[in-house]
Design a protein around this ligand. Structure first.
Ligand code: GLA
Length: 730
């Protein structure tokens, strides 16, 4: 049983694999969090609430209500009634006041979990069954009913939470903050790990000791952003890659978010994750319901590695719906870094012809095929083929490419509109804007007001026409700017602060239509590289372009940081040319391929311009992908080292779930003078089994020795070298 209710103490216990999350309804109806951590047999842990310790206890028996409110570990804390810590829930009531007071009203427990209205969310899957507890809290003053939807997964140490708010009152209420999850810890002796970044250097891990006050990451950009990922971990101070207690939190949402930890006056820590509340105000009419996105929490006693593996399993089993989630992805070649905007049908056909000879299976035509787009300054919104570049239309090009035995993929940026476009000329009001204010231009484009159904309809019908006009197997969905002047000409004044969320709901609506109408389409998300790499997007696309930085060494860092929360099967990773277009660095072709191997694998270069030596290496690289791709997609990731801790080298491995084989990747970032071989210890193998490395089948070695004694890496000469090993169980 993943969810239990103990009537005598009014206690709920959610148990996920070996982790408990316990809540209790106390006197006066407040719902408190009793415990979250390693599973324990006891059903009554109420002493942990310290309700018998004056003065921080409820108001009955001369107890002080105010101090209770400001110290109790609330499951869903609200504002204005004595809790001065960060709230998860804030409103503006019909009388203009901002207090709320949520108390238990009812609950129900059921197997499985519900889908969320218009939002991505994890689902029950065979591999990891789940049970759900819905607890209804009410604010009698306004008539608001807040339902916490709490799911526990049976075979993964993972929990999810989402929130529904129903206005059962008789007047509209404004929602200011509807966060998805709050977790309370009776300790402040923890570190917080977040992923920060920028364009071309996304998701760099940063670990800081918690301090009194609020530490906070967020995005107000309309996308989850390059700058901060909607992920945070709290861990004990001595937690490392393989040991120590870690809680990881992630928001299944692609727009504005916040994640914060507050260390309080009593050295406790409150953690909250949810939609961004700056600039958010949602008008909820009587009878209406608002659904906040889902947050996930995973617990690990095996350090950061354990946390990551649980996230990877959760997303792969219970979030990604695409038929491609474990399936081999076609080896593609994308023309962006090969040609940028400067291409025509002949150029693309030449690339396809040469690529097909080498074993590449799909040509992806990137930005520049539509309207009259020759650079980034026009035509977004005009999704019809530029016949000057592609004479005879898309069908003619696709048939040519198919003639080489390849499939075809195409780039769209559906959420955008160029001022120089037919669409903008006929519908200037369709861009997100504030009437009377200058619209900030970014990458020479504006953002479409996807909160409007007629705008979505127009974009979708254009995309559909293109997809129906030719045999298209793959779509790259890009989003290359952030939102400014968040306003909609279609909404009244008291709904303008709903635009950011309505926009994302519009994006989800479009993607849902796309994956429903084209269930076999391979969809890859992208946002100026990796600016929207979040679980919300994974619900629609099994892979996301990780970064516009394709340099092998930079990618080691980006893919390492990304792997804290996301599976390698989701990381768009291509081999590109050197000197690299972003950093000017030259790395060996084989190293670039080995880095891509730990992602979706593909090429992003003009194969017709490659040296014969590089060209002749491609079939072998593809063979490696064919051989190891399954392990990467469905195995367990073990990070052996971190390039951030020791920038001289990097090592990781993928272990089959049944531990029958493992792929080890080692990267020597810098050559080492006068040193002996480097020893690395493998992880995740069966200690009692005997393994051999494929290149030396006669030499067997126990899993215990591989993990406890390690292997010596020798023979690498120079910078940016790499080697891979394949260990097979005998
Ligand atoms: C973004 C993407 C690139 C490419 C360009 C095209 O930057 O990340 O891969 O598609 O847009 O404009």
């Amino acid at each position: 049983m993943a969810v239990e209710y103990f009537e005598d103490t009014r206690t709920f216990r959610l148990r996920s694999k070996d982790t408990d999350w316990v809540m209790q309804v106390v006197d006066e109806g407040y719902l408190l969090q009793v415990y979250c951590g390693a599973a324990v047999p006891d059903s009554d842990l109420s002493w942990l609430l310290r309700l018998d310790e004056p003065p921080f206890v409820p108001s009955v028996n001369m107890r002080d209500k105010g101090t209770f409110m400001d110290s109790a570990p609330f499951v869903y804390p609200c504002a204005g009634t004595g809790d001065y810590r960060e709230p998860a829930f804030e409103i503006v009531a019909p009388d203009g006041t901002t207090a709320s007071d949520l108390r238990y009203s009812s609950h129900r427990i059921y197997s499985g979990k519900p889908a969320l209205d218009g939002l991505p969310a994890t689902f029950a899957a065979e591999e990891s069954g789940c049970e759900t507890l819905e607890i209804v809290l009410e604010d009698k003053f306004t008539g608001l009913e807040v339902t916490l939807v709490c799911t526990a997964f049976e075979k993964l140490s993972a929990f999810t939470r989402s929130v529904r708010v129903k206005n059962c009152g008789i007047q509209p209420v404004f929602l200011k903050n509807v966060s998805s999850m709050c977790a309370e810890f009776d300790s402040s002796d923890m570190d917080m790990i977040t992923l920060w970044g920028s364009w071309a250097r996304e998701r760099i891990p940063e670990r800081c000791r918690l301090h009194h006050g609020v530490q906070y990451i967020s995005s107000g950009r309309g996308t989850s952003s390059h700058q901060y990922n909607p992920f945070a971990a709290l861990c004990v101070r001595n937690a490392d890659e393989d040991s120590g207690e870690v809680w990881g939190f992630s928001l299944v949402y692609s727009g504005n978010f916040k994640a914060l930890a507050e260390v309080t006056q009593h050295d406790c820590t409150r953690f909250i994750i949810g939609m961004g509340s700056d600039g958010f105000l949602w008008k909820l009419e009587p009878g209406e319901t608002f659904t906040a996105p889902e947050a996930a929490a995973v617990h690990s006693l095996e350090g950061l590695g354990g946390m990551s593996r649980t996230f990877h399993d959760l997303w792969r089993q219970n979030l990604i719906r695409s038929p491609y989630k474990f399936r081999e992805r076609p080896v593609l070649i994308n023309n962006w870094e090969a040609t940028y905007f400067n291409f025509d049908a002949d150029k693309l056909a030449n690339i396809a012809s040469e690529a097909s000879e080498l074993g590449i299976e799909m040509l992806v035509m990137d930005d520049g095929w539509f309207g009259h787009r020759e650079s980034d300054n026009s035509s977004l919104g005009d999704w019809f083929v530029n016949e000057k570049k592609l004479p005879g239309g898309l069908g003619a090009l696709v048939e040519r490419v198919k003639g080489y035995g390849m499939r075809f993929g195409i780039w769209f940026e559906p959420e955008m509109i160029s001022p120089d476009s037919d669409l903008f000329r006929s519908h200037p009001d369709w861009a997100i804007q504030i009437k009377g204010r200058e619209m900030t231009m970014s990458r020479e484009q504006y953002v479409l007001d996807l909160s409007r159904s007629e705008v979505r309809e127009c974009v979708y019908s254009q995309i559909k026409r293109i997809l129906d006009s030719a045999d298209i197997a793959y779509v790259k969905w890009d989003c290359n700017r952030q939102i400014t002047e968040a306003g909609s000409l279609a909404l009244p004044a008291d709904r303008q602060q709903e635009v950011m969320h309505r926009y994302i709901l519009g994006v989800y609506d479009l993607m849902e239509r796309l994956v429903t109408d084209y269930p076999d389409l391979l969809l890859e998300n992208c946002s100026g590289g990796g600016g929207r790499f979040d679980p919300g997007m994974l619900y629609y696309s099994p892979q996301i372009w990780c970064s516009d930085d394709t340099d092998a060494l930079e990618r080691l860092k980006i893919q390492y940081g990304t792997s804290l929360c996301y599976p390698c099967s989701a990381m768009g990773a291509h081999v590109s040319v050197c000197p690299n277009h972003t950093v000017g660095r030259t790395t060996p072709f084989s190293t670039r391929a080995n880095v891509s191997l730990a992602g979706t694998f593909g090429y992003e270069l003009d194969v017709t311009k490659l040296s014969e030596e590089d060209k002749s290496a491609i079939p072998g690289q593809i063979a490696l992908y064919k051989k190891y791709g399954r392990l990467v997609r469905s195995g367990d990731l073990f990070r052996i080292s971190s390039i951030f801790d020791d920038p001289e080298y990097h090592a990781l491995m993928f272990v089959a779930k049944d531990k029958s084989e493992a792929l080890v990747e080692y990267f020597q970032v810098l050559g080492r003078p006068n040193r002996r071989s480097r020893r690395i210890k493998l992880k995740g193998l069966d200690p009692d089994a005997v393994y051999f490395e494929e290149k030396a089948p006669e030499k067997t070695i126990s899993g215990a020795a591989l993990m406890n004694c390690g292997i010596n890496i020798c023979g690498l000469w120079g910078d940016c070298q790499s080697v891979i090993f394949h260990y097979i169980k005998k």
